[in-house]
Ligand binder design. Structure first.
Ligand SMILES: [Zn+2]
Length: 498
């Protein structure tokens, strides 16, 4: 049993987002055991009751952030010249040419780089949507699992897949695709071997056909059925990311993307969808009615010119919304605090303002309206309306951006023990130095706003399941510079653009 003593803790709690000064956090190698005023614990600290007492006076402590969408392997091709200025489909076509050369070792090294970057900025849980298995190669899910285990991050590893190649009307080259039956067999294999259904699991397997333009309808349907034969297996895919995708679905299937998934039984409380930019009101209503989650990836969406997801409308409708950095080839970084800032800025652009500002339907304050975050943000009286800040035209609030990256992500992944630091939460937290120059001045005003509005700093120390994985701003698993050098050499030798 350890104690993080006499520190400042920020945590979602019930409806509120609380900043607790001079508090202490007691935890073991699994969960938070107690959170209370430091004076309550002082006698026990003085008596040496704890295995370790970590001095917290110089730190700001937040729950480990939850990233709901990533492609860890894509750090191999971040900033690839041919993909710097392209929209999604051309971006992908250029990248497939590099990704078809993936092998186990390259995926493993890239995953380490991406995970290190997440941890260094306070993210302790990530989903990884891994769908690239070049034909005849040695790439396996274990390449990612090994990296996550070494670095100590909590992982939702999505067994992704592409099975609709160009010869059958899909976007990717045929040699980047598998066949449906092989995919389903490997889903069974990794579920049997690695899926952990326990509340505090460090590793879960989700099933995730890549998207409607590179998977068969049958794979989407059969994967959903397979997931539901098991306990606690989530479904994930990309959806409604671009107008090109919408056109593709209309031409090939005669319906829009959300309808396609609905017809294949691929919506529900066990589903979270990346992007969801191009939605109409009926589709937002359907996601809410089916309790389908959404992973919002604003940086990637802006980088690729895809658009801005209507998260205010989604949240107001009660949809569970989490935040994702998306793959490193379209972000090109893994800083989830920075992503929360990006979400706030994107939601404040005129194009993303609620419809009420255009004189149409009033839109309530987003997260106050009950966004399906268990125990954290139930609907307020009056269905979420009537709060003083519900005025039409209200800017997306700082506190809501923080919640997206914490309890929002936890709700998206159906993990109520994540995203907060109340007793019973997983012992996942990040500590930022109060004397970090990036926060100087701001932290004296408002610690939450300092983390969201200032340039996101590196975390000083990070714990996952009570284990320290970042110390003094460096990863503890291995030498960070060596990893970066190894990555640069690998990319220069095999993945560099012309
Ligand atoms: Zn993605």
């Amino acid at each position: 049993m350890k104690i993080l003593h006499n520190t400042t803790v920020i945590t979602p709690s019930g409806h509120a987002l609380r900043t607790l000064h001079n508090h202490s956090l007691v935890f073991d190698d699994c969960r938070v055991l107690a959170l209370g005023p430091a004076t309550d614990f002082q006698p026990r600290v003085a008596a040496g009751e704890f295995d370790e007492a970590i001095a917290g006076e110089r730190h700001l402590v937040i729950p480990g952030l939850v990233n709901t969408h990533h492609h860890l392997y894509q750090s191999l091709t971040r900033c690839l010249p041919a993909a710097q200025n392209e929209r999604l489909f051309d971006w992908l076509l250029n990248l497939y040419e590099r990704w078809r050369h993936l092998d186990y070792e390259a995926v493993n090294i890239a995953a380490k780089v991406s995970i290190a970057e997440l941890l260094l900025h306070g993210c302790t849980t990530t989903s990884d949507h891994f769908y690239m298995f070049p034909r005849g190669g040695d790439v396996k899910m274990e390449a990612v699992l090994d990296a996550a285990e070494q670095l100590g991050i909590r992982l939702h590893l999505c067994r992704g897949a592409m099975t609709l190649g160009q010869s059958r009307g899909g976007l990717p080259p045929d040699d980047c695709c598998e066949n449906d039956q092989d995919v389903l067999a490997d889903c069974q294999r990794v579920l049997d071997a690695y899926h952990d259904t326990s509340d505090y699991a460090l590793r879960r397997i989700d099933l995730a056909p890549c998207s409607p333009f590179n998977c068969t309808r049958e794979l989407l349907r059969d994967t959903a059925a397979l997931a539901r034969e098991r306990d606690g297996v989530l479904l994930h895919t990309h959806l409604a990311e671009t107008l090109d995708e919408q056109r593709y679905c209309l031409e090939r299937y005669g319906c829009r993307p959300v309808r396609l998934l609905a017809d294949l039984d691929f919506l529900g409380p066990d589903v979270y969808l990346a992007h969801c930019i191009h939605l109409n009101d009926d589709e937002i209503g359907l996601l809410a009615k089916t309790n389908t989650g959404v992973s919002h990836n604003p940086t990637s969406n802006l980088r690729l010119g895809s658009g801005i997801a209507p998260i205010r409308e989604l949240l107001a409708a009660g949809v569970r919304v989490g935040l994702g950095v998306d793959g490193s080839s379209s972000n090109d970084g893994g800083n989830l605090l920075g992503e929360a800032r990006q979400a706030l800025l994107a939601a404040r652009t005129p194009a993303a303002m609620p419809k009420s500002t255009e004189g149409r339907v009033p839109c309530p304050s987003p997260l106050k309206a009950g966004a399906g975050m268990p125990g954290a943000m139930p609907k307020s009286a009056g269905g979420g309306r009537g709060h003083a800040s519900d005025d039409a035209g209200q800017l997306f609030p700082v506190a809501d951006a923080f919640k997206l990256a914490t309890v929002g992500g936890a709700a998206c992944l159906n993990r109520p023990v994540l995203g907060h630091l109340n007793p019973g939460a997983a012992a996942d937290f990040a500590m930022f130095r109060v004397d970090d120059i990036a926060l100087a001045g701001a932290i004296a005003q408002d610690p939450i706003a300092a983390l969201i509005l200032c340039a996101a700093p590196r975390a000083d120390r990070v714990y996952v399941a009570g284990r320290e994985v970042i110390h003094d701003g460096r990863i503890t698993a291995f030498d960070e510079s060596e990893l970066a050098n190894q990555m640069n050499e690998l990319v220069a030798a095999r993945f560099r653009g012309d």
